[in-house]
Design a protein around this ligand. Structure first.
Ligand SMILES: CC(C)(COP(=O)(O)OP(=O)(O)OC[C@H]1O[C@@H](n2cnc3c(N)ncnc32)[C@H](O)[C@@H]1OP(=O)(O)O)[C@@H](O)C(=O)NCCC(=O)NCCS
Length: 221
């Protein structure tokens, strides 16, 4: 078995990715980045550092070397000009996905531990029809589907954040997993669609690996 999931399969061509176990990533931060986690606990410093290294590796595939990835006031990453991207980490894994803005309007990526989302969390995050959909799946898979839908919404939030800011709420997106076992459809409320170009569309995929859910999404022109 490979020692990291192939998150490239979550994305179409011209999106570049890197994923690894946090413990495997030796990191070096630029001064501006190190300031962000100066007072943080070791686990936060490690996830932040590993995430930045994944992002830098992915950016190298676009010909961008050794850039500083500062943090914006809303917590999002300050990508180099003309780049969209996303970073995610759990206790064990981290990864990043990046693309040129000339190819995609947004990129989202998220990792969650697969049993993380309980029914009580799901009731706050999922819409009624998402809860109904999970109710029609095998009972012992409910938490996996709750977590997958939650993760897809985190990916959407990151993907749309440059266009929508903090305006999106969990019930603004409805996720419908496809029977193919790797993709999902997204339905957005009018509040959100009115803030993204009318010709654009979202494409989302997921994969499960060693008890973790990975989701990826792009906003296509
Ligand atoms: C911002 C948020 C998406 C981060 O997700 P998370 O699962 O807590 O953490 P992850 O490890 O997956 O992602 C963390 C990374 O997200 C990015 N991030 C943080 N704030 C962000 C924001 N406002 N916008 C976009 N990206 C953000 C950063 O790159 C961060 O990594 P870093 O702190 O090491 O730089 C989450 O905290 C949040 O606010 N969720 C709300 C989602 C929501 O309302 N969805 C509804 C839309 S459908």
């Amino acid at each position: 078995m490979p020692d990291a999931p192939n998150i490239q399969q979550l994305f179409p061509d011209r999106v570049f990715t890197e994923c690894c176990r946090i413990e495997d990533k030796h990191y070096a931060l630029h001064r501006e980045e190190a300031t962000v986690v100066k007072k943080a606990v070791a686990s936060r410093r490690n996830e932040f550092g590993a995430g930045r290294m994944c992002a830098r590796s992915a950016l190298e595939s676009l010909g961008i070397q050794e850039c500083v990835l500062a943090r914006k006031s809303d917590g999002s990453t300050a990508w180099p000009p003309g780049i969209v991207g996303a970073i995610s980490h759990t206790d064990s894994w981290c990864g990043a996905a990046v693309a040129r803005q000339s190819d995609y309007l947004g990129v989202g990526f998220d990792i969650e531990t697969a049993d993380r989302v309980t029914r009580s969390i799901a009731k706050r995050v999922l819409t009624d029809s998402e809860m109904d959909w999970v109710g029609r799946q095998a009972a012992d898979e409910s938490r996996k589907w709750f977590t997958l839908i939650f993760s897809a919404k985190e990916s959407i939030y990151k993907c749309l954040s440059p266009l929508v800011g903090k305006g999106a709420r969990f019930h603004d997106a409805e996720i419908i997993p496809h029977a193919d076992g790797f993709s999902f459809k997204v339905r957005l409320t009018d509040k959100i669609t009115s803030r993204i170009p009318s010709f654009s569309s979202l494409r989302g995929r997921y994969l499960l690996y060693e008890g973790e859910v990975f989701t990826g999404i792009v906003l296509i022109k």
